[in-house]
Design a protein around this ligand. Structure first.
Ligand code: NAD
Ligand code: UDP
Length: 326
């Protein structure tokens, strides 16, 4: 099949592309490189079955594909709040453009939605029937409400134009290739522990999240895309941890001497989050298999390698500069 992956140079998108390419598909990766990077898909450049297109999805584009995985959108609060109007445009105009493309070429379309559609949930764990508790005017709304509109657009294109849609509500996902400056909790804590600087806990650390390793998530996305159920379906790991527990785990695994520091809790930060994955289990025969400690080990190793490489490059650049200056 020819498969279009928007946001394919990003964290989840690049892992998905690895799976699709390995399975022998033709892949088009569309990305504007806002939070994605060419190094994530470097190994496929030059492969005749892989195409990379630098494009911003807020602008229309004509392409042909059998399936569209629509992932383009910054996912970390730090990045989606950097230019909130652009985040809304990406979710609304971008999703509209990609649904228009899917409609024109009769492609199956999967939307990467989010647990953020549940906002600061009053129901726990969150099942797909829960309609959420989102602040429409807060600093997270550009993302939360943007994704809610994206879901609405997907269902309206389905009802009105027969577009074959799939909607995944993704819960916190982590793993190799997250940006060092991503700003999300797993990458922050791991990078801080490796650098020997204090681990930042926002608020008291009693808020909870459920962390899914990226290979499990990609498996869920592909099962949803290739099954009959249109969704929405929660994809996430139901093992729930407080942020303090996560920080202590990272501390114990990387640097037991690292200090923990407490910072103010950001506005509208959800207190509890845990997916009810009954639908994914029964309809997709999916459940995550990588336990947190194992996933963290692989993630820590990836960050360690990258930070060491950056150090070496910096050192050799310094050496080169000193040589040049001498
Ligand atoms: P990411 O930031 O690593 O990837 C997003 C990619 O989209 C990047 O490569 C970025 O450059 C690209 N992009 C952003 N705006 C674009 C635009 N206007 N045009 C073209 N490309 C654009 O994030 P991720 O963690 O890989 O998330 C991928 C998708 O999954 C997002 O839609 C996100 O909302 C969703 N999601 C992720 C998580 C998670 O925990 N990682 C949780 C819920 C939902
Ligand atoms: N968080 C934290 N320290 C950090 C970064 C985040 O304590 O260095 C907290 C954040 O306030 C939130 C949780 O960790 O309660 C998860 O944050 P993240 O940005 O990873 O994802 P989201 O809030 O979107 O679930």
């Amino acid at each position: 099949m020819r498969i279009l992956v928007t946001g394919g140079a990003g964290f989840i998108g690049s892992h998905l592309i690895d799976r699709l390419m390995t399975e022998g598909h033709e892949v088009i990766c569309l990305d504007n490189f806002f939070t994605g990077h060419k190094r994530n898909i470097l190994k496929w450049l030059g492969n005749p079955y892989f195409e990379l297109i630098r494009h911003d999805i807020t602008e229309p584009i004509r392409l042909e594909a059998d399936q569209v995985y629509h992932l383009a959108c910054p996912a970390s609060p730090v990045h989606y709040q950097y230019n909130p109007v652009k985040t809304i445009k990406t979710n609304v105009m971008g999703t509209l453009n990609m649904l228009g493309l899917a409609k024109r070429v009769k492609a199956r379309f999967l939307l990467a939605s989010t647990s953020e559609v549940y906002g600061d949930p009053e129901v726990h764990p969150q099942s797909e029937e829960y309609r959420g508790n989102v602040n429409p005017i807060g600093i997270r709304s550009c993302y939360d409400e943007g994704k809610r509109v994206a879901e609405t657009l997907a269902f309206d294109y389905h009802r009105q134009n027969n577009v074959d849609i799939r909607v995944a509500r993704i819960f916190n996902t982590y793993g190799p290739r997250m940006l060092e400056n991503d700003g999300r909790v797993v990458s922050n804590l791991v990078v801080q522990a490796l650098q020997g600087i204090p681990l930042t806990i926002y608020g008291t650390g009693s808020q909870t999240r459920s962390f899914c390793y990226v290979s499990d998530l990609v498996d869920g996305l592909m099962r949803l895309m290739n099954g009959d159920y249109i969704g929405p379906v929660n994809l996430g790991n139901p093992d729930e941890y407080t942020i303090l527990e996560l920080a202590q785990t990272v501390q114990a695994m990387v640097n037991p001497d690292a200090e923990l520091v407490y910072k103010p809790l950001p506005q509208d930060d959800p207190q509890r989050r845990k997916p009810d994955i009954t639908r994914a289990k029964t309809l997709l025969n999916w459940s995550p298999s990588v336990p947190l400690r194992q996933g963290l080990e692989w993630t820590i190793q990836d960050f360690r390698d990258r930070l060491e490489k950056a150090d070496t490059t910096e050192n050799s650049q310094t050496t080169l500069m000193s040589v040049a200056q001498a």
